[in-house]
Design a protein around this ligand. Structure first.
Ligand code: PHE
Length: 527
């Protein structure tokens, strides 16, 4: 169709050298007349395409025509309301005058109401004591006549004033239309060569570029949407939380060890070897390899002793120590495994030791930061945001793997008030201002606090994390000075993300049901 129209325009131009009015084109095989707006829109498409190749040039002409509204169409058919009122009445003296109710019954409420006034104004009817009668023996229903004229010609000979009146009465509407005058362009030809869109090597070597026609660049065209990567909502929220930590002077811990030993995940944190968290239904254990390398020997012994017999003011768990339990390999159940390892490195750094067995501690020689006190301790703030694994039954809010956000602060003589104060500052930066704390239990912290926040959308308090002061049984075997206190807290990354994005099923956030489009279009978040 598009090609045929273009060809028709070119052939007509070839024959007559110009088209003065595109409404006169005879479009073969078309059911709509060329005068219709639909036809003119199709013609415009063909003209634009030819003009872009400079085969033609055209000018746009505006037309205005009128069409009947449904009410106008009805009047064209049945007569105006006033004429119908007039027709329904008897000639004066020749019959019973008609009352208002009867008139309404005969021609309908609307026509009776509107028609009556106009019929009076025109002097067509008059009122007698018992009702209306005709005042004129014949009338001319101009409204009907005009509407019929508009219906067939699209306009009125009577002119704009009469048209405006009918428009005001909402009997007709104005329709703007377009038509075109067409002239030949510099590249006029009757054959439509498909213009080249690219200059190719072949065209250059064969020389065919010299005679080829090229499609003009359309600088107005929208570009193709770029297909690029997009950050997953979890990564966006992670970045925001990371920035909060960084602006508060925290150092990011290395957490690239998804596989840990029972020692670093539990024993070093003074989690009893018989603790339920270590059960198979809560922890994923590795079968191959199934056992870890040995941790630093001295430290290992101190940890085993504090479990079995106590020390540092503690009586320990007084149950037999199992090397096997300690050496089991597992998927870490919390990032506190990394915090423990990091605190151990901090203690080793105080002593000026280097550690090879459990990763790199950094070269103490190269560390230019000065220790403040004689025992070499320096306050530290660490954070991590990474993946942990739990053998959970999966449902709308639980997956077997999720992310933990964890912060740890070590300094001399920290108190619980420091922890609470710190959390208030931290969560405020995340936009959470209403916090409550509830005593809780963790094997590695005492006291321990669950953190609750008021959820403005749910209008209730929800648990958002867990925190506490790390126990002496955990810190002192590492070799940290006695007056060094460490507090820490952990929250999940998924929960604030779900709240932020209004997601109530974790499986729409993580896994194969995640909408790629949603990930691409969701804005970077702001707490
Ligand atoms: N490890 C705790 C969080 C926590 C971190 C640090 C101190 C106290 C608690 C959890 O998994 O919930």
């Amino acid at each position: 169709m598009a090609e045929a129209l273009q060809q028709l325009i070119l052939d007509t131009l070839d024959q007559f050298s110009a088209i003065d009015d595109t409404r006169t084109l005879v479009i073969p095989g078309q059911t709509v007349p060329a005068t219709s707006q639909d036809a003119q829109i199709a013609i415009l498409g063909a003209l634009n395409s030819l003009q872009s190749r400079e085969m033609i040039s055209y000018e746009t002409r505006e037309t205005s025509s009128h069409a009947l509204t449904p009410e106008g169409a009805q009047i064209a058919l049945e007569g105006s309301h006033e004429a119908r009122v007039w027709a329904a009445l008897p000639v004066k003296g020749e019959g019973e005058p008609v009352g208002v109710q009867e008139l309404k019954r005969k021609i309908g409420d609307e026509a009776a109401k509107v028609g009556q006034g106009r019929a009076f104004k025109n002097g067509w009817i008059t009122k007698e004591s018992s009702g209306f009668v005709k005042a004129a023996s014949s009338i001319e229903d101009t409204t009907q006549i005009e509407l019929r004229e508009i219906d067939s010609t699209g306009t009125l000979k009577a002119g704009e004033k009469a048209l405006a009146e009918l428009r005001k009465r909402k009997l007709i509407v104005q329709r703007k239309g377009q038509w075109f005058t067409v002239r030949k362009g510099p590249n006029f030809s009757t054959s439509i060569a498909k213009p080249e869109t690219d200059l190719t090597v072949d065209m250059l070597t064969s020389g065919s570029w010299k005679s080829a026609t090229f499609k003009k660049y359309n600088f107005e065209a929208d570009g193709i949407p770029t297909s690029g990567g997009a950050f997953h909502p979890l990564l966006k929220v992670r970045e925001e939380i990371r920035n909060i930590f960084l602006e508060m002077g925290f150092e990011e811990m290395p957490t690239n060890s998804f596989v840990e030993s029972g020692f670093w995940c539990f024993d070093a944190l003074f989690v009893p070897q018989l603790h339920p968290a270590r059960e198979l239904q809560d922890t994923f254990y590795l079968s191959d390899p199934s056992t870890s390398l040995r941790p630093p020997e001295d430290y290992y012994k101190r940890v085993a002793t504090v479990h079995e017999k106590g020390g540092y003011g503690s009586i320990g768990y007084r149950s037999p120590w199992s090397d096997e339990e300690s050496h089991k390999l597992l998927l870490r159940t919390h990032t506190t495994a990394s915090s423990g390892a990091m605190l151990y490195k901090l203690a080793a750094r105080c002593r000026g030791e280097t550690i090879d067995e459990h990763g790199d501690v950094g070269d103490p020689e190269g560390d230019t930061r000065q220790s403040v006190e004689g025992d070499g301790f320096r306050p530290a703030k660490f954070f991590s945001i990474d993946r942990v694994f739990r053998n959970e039954t999966m449902d709308a809010t639980h997956l077997a793997e999720f992310h933990q956000v964890e912060g740890v602060v070590a300094d001399r003589n920290l108190t619980l008030a420091d922890l609470i104060g710190f959390m208030r500052v931290f969560f405020k930066k995340m936009g959470v201002t209403d916090l409550r704390f509830k005593p809780a239990y963790n094997p590695y912290t005492e006291p321990s606090l669950e953190i609750f926040a008021f959820h403005p959308m749910l209008q209730k308090w929800v648990e958002i994390g867990n925190s506490g002061m790390f126990r002496a049984e955990m810190l002192e075997p590492m070799g940290l000075p006695k007056d060094v206190r460490v507090h820490g807290w952990g929250i999940s990354l998924e929960r604030p993300t779900m709240i932020r994005y209004g997601i109530n099923n974790i499986r729409t956030l993580v896994g194969h049901k995640t909408s790629i489009e949603g990930v691409e279009t969701s804005p970077a978040v702001m707490f």
